[in-house]
Design a protein around this ligand. Structure first.
Ligand code: GLU
Length: 279
């Protein structure tokens, strides 16, 4: 089987060393196996995505020497695919309209807690909702889990993982302000693009429980996953922009050699002060 991986950044900010670390690993996983490496821009969030960030991402990858195969794919141009997948789930009675606001959900006295904080308490499940009202679409998790039966996936680092999507509750499939959720778009696209190995950070490990379920419900193949450890900054905290991680653009402007950096990252050699988080 030919290996196909992808790098799928959201153009909502500048890429930093943590993104380079992830992109290098996805690129290496494909290239070392003689496979293909794809670039997908996850720009369905129209309120936060910026074209300027897309241009910067392409420059960053070019600087790192990470070449990709084929055309760059933009999620904003694939909304019909996500809508079709949502229709399918709705037609099977597995998705429902929800008009709740964040405040409604937080205020629900019985709201249970899950991985991402408060779980949706199910207020709109089984309710007639006027389609003219602003609404999102949610997965009826209990029904979906029952329809799919037991599921698992293979992670090249964690091994065989039993899927437990119920930890997420009734996840959003299409948002009020965006035609698809991250979960639905990423699942549809990884299958449509023939991605065989999803290489991404451990911060997305929990999301795979949902992706595995959506694959089963939509009759899509399950890729192998490789959730790599995340980078820590000099303060020992996970690298993220809010902790002041230097952007790749800033490193480039300072004269850092991108290709040498990519080779170092591939070999596990991190710039001084950075480390790998082990949880
Ligand atoms: N777009 C996501 C992000 O930038 C990554 C999606 C994925 O790799 O599945 O965090």
């Amino acid at each position: 089987m030919s290996v196909v991986t992808r790098f799928a950044p959201s153009p909502t900010g500048a890429l930093h060393l943590g993104h380079a670390w992830s992109a290098v690993q996805a690129h290496a996983r494909a290239r070392d196996a003689g496979g293909r490496f794809l670039l997908r821009i996850e720009d369905i969030d129209g309120t936060r995505s910026r074209p300027g960030h897309v241009a910067a991402i392409l420059d960053d990858l070019d600087w790192l020497g990470l070449d990709w195969d084929g055309e760059v794919v933009f999620q904003s141009q694939r909304l019909a695919l996500y809508a079709a997948a949502l229709d399918r789930l709705a037609d099977s009675g597995l998705a429902y309209r929800c008009t709740c606001t964040r405040a409604d959900i937080a205020a629900a006295a019985s709201a249970p807690h899950g991985v991402g904080g408060v779980l949706y308490p199910g207020t709109c499940r089984g309710r007639e909702v006027d389609p003219a009202q602003p609404h999102c679409w949610r997965l009826d998790m209990a029904r979906a889990v029952e329809a799919a039966g037991p599921l698992d996936w293979t992670d090249e680092i964690a091994g065989r993982v039993a899927a437990d999507p119920a930890i997420h509750g009734d996840v959003v499939l299409a948002r009020k302000d965006a035609p698809s959720s991250y979960h639905l778009a990423v699942t549809v696209d990884d299958a449509a693009q023939g991605v065989t190995h999803v290489v991404r950070g451990r911060d997305l490990f929990a999301a795979t429980h949902v992706h595995r379920l959506l694959q089963a419900l939509l009759g899509l193949p399950t890729p192998v996953y490789r959730h790599h450890p995340l980078l820590a900054g000099p303060d020992g905290e996970r690298l993220a922009k809010r902790h002041g991680a230097p952007s790749l653009a800033a490193m480039r402007a300072e004269g850092v050699a991108g290709r040498a950096l990519a080779m170092d990252l591939k070999a596990g050699r991190l710039p001084l002060g950075f480390g790998v988080l082990d949880d």
